[in-house]
Design a protein. Structure first.
Length: 122
C-alpha cells in the first residue's frame, strides 16, 4: 500500500488528443458603417485704425487763412487750383474700430462604409 501511494506521487506524462478542425475552407465578411458630423462656426472680426485720406487732381487743402492745411484737420477747405482745368477729389474718413465682420456656419457630414472579406483554408 505504501508503494502504491508513492507511485501516485510520480508525475506521469500528459498527452493531448489531436483535434482536427471540422472545416476545410471558409470566408468571413465584415461591414463597418460610420457617420461623422462636424458643425463648425467661424467668427471673423477685422479691425483697423483711424484713417483719413484724400486724393485729387487740381485740388489743394487750405485752412481758413488760405495757408496749406493738414488733410482732415478741423477747418480744412479743399480748393480748385485752376478752374479752367478738370478737377477731382476723393476723400475717405474712417474711425478706428471694427471694419468688417464675417460669420460662417457650416455642417459637414461624411458617411463611410468599409467592407472586409477574409478567405481562409487549411
Amino acid at each position: 500500500m505504501k508503494y502504491l501511494f508513492l507511485l501516485l506521487l510520480i508525475p506521469s506524462p500528459v498527452l493531448a488528443q489531436y483535434v482536427a478542425p471540422t472545416f476545410s475552407t471558409g470566408t468571413m465578411t465584415q461591414t463597418v458603417t460610420a457617420t461623422q458630423t462636424i458643425t463648425e462656426t467661424i467668427a471673423i472680426e477685422r479691425v483697423g485704425g483711424a484713417l483719413t485720406t484724400w486724393n485729387g487732381d487740381n485740388i489743394k487743402a487750405v485752412d481758413a487763412n488760405g495757408a496749406a492745411a493738414a488733410v482732415g484737420a478741423t477747418g480744412t477747405v479743399y480748393q480748385i487750383v485752376d478752374t479752367a482745368l478738370p478737377w477731382q477729389l476723393d476723400t475717405l474718413t474712417r474711425a478706428a474700430g471694427v471694419i468688417e465682420t464675417e460669420d460662417i456656419s457650416r455642417t459637414i457630414e461624411t458617411d463611410t462604409v468599409t467592407n472586409t472579406l477574409s478567405v481562409f483554408a487549411q
